[in-house]
Design a protein. Structure first.
Length: 175
């Protein structure tokens, strides 16, 4: 009988342990993205790194795109938390300051998490439209930014004909 150390399980803490296959596959996929980029991810390699059979991932992810979408959902959760944290640290009475804080939080998160930023920005590799989580969180950030711009306009700090969608798009494009 072999022990976990003999079989190599202890040497790789990211290997699958009963009950967390999804997390193990996501972690393995992030490793692949960090090493070679999102376009080089294969479900087979993610399975191998997680220590499971090549067919095991398909119980949870119907395709490579579905696996990458799960990574993107995790990334978007983290981005949403980072943006909320950044905004909570500033004077919420000033909508311009709060808007800038969201932008700064987004930028700092993207710089600190290039792998996750790459995956949420890779709309050709993920199924954004099929993920309610991605759509909802993305819309929540966009809506918060627009609400702050509306407040600034109501305070007379932005022109009455300001195009909020274009401002938000421009702000996000800088990242």
């Amino acid at each position: 009988m072999t022990s976990p150390t003999d079989s190599g399980e202890a040497a790789n803490p990211k290997r699958y342990h009963h009950g967390n296959l999804v997390e193990a596959l996501i972690a393995a996929t992030v490793e692949i993205i960090e090493e070679r980029g999102a376009e080089h991810v294969s479900v087979r390699e993610a399975a191998k790194r997680a220590g499971v059979s090549p067919g095991a991932p398909f119980r949870h992810f119907r395709s490579k795109s579905a696996l990458l979408t799960a990574v993107a959902e995790q990334a978007m959760n983290r981005l949403t938390e980072a943006v909320a944290s950044a905004q909570s640290k500033v004077d919420s009475a000033d909508p311009i300051v709060a808007f800038e804080a969201i932008g700064q939080g987004y930028l700092e998160w993207a710089i600190s998490n290039p792998t996750h930023f790459q995956i949420i920005s890779s709309r050709t590799l993920i199924d954004f439209d099929a993920s309610e989580s991605l759509r909802d969180q993305n819309e929540a950030i966009r809506r918060k930014m627009i609400d702050l711009l509306i407040q600034a306009q109501q305070q007379g700090r932005l022109a009455p004909d300001t195009d909020f969608d274009h401002l938000v798009l421009a702000a996000r494009a800088f990242v």
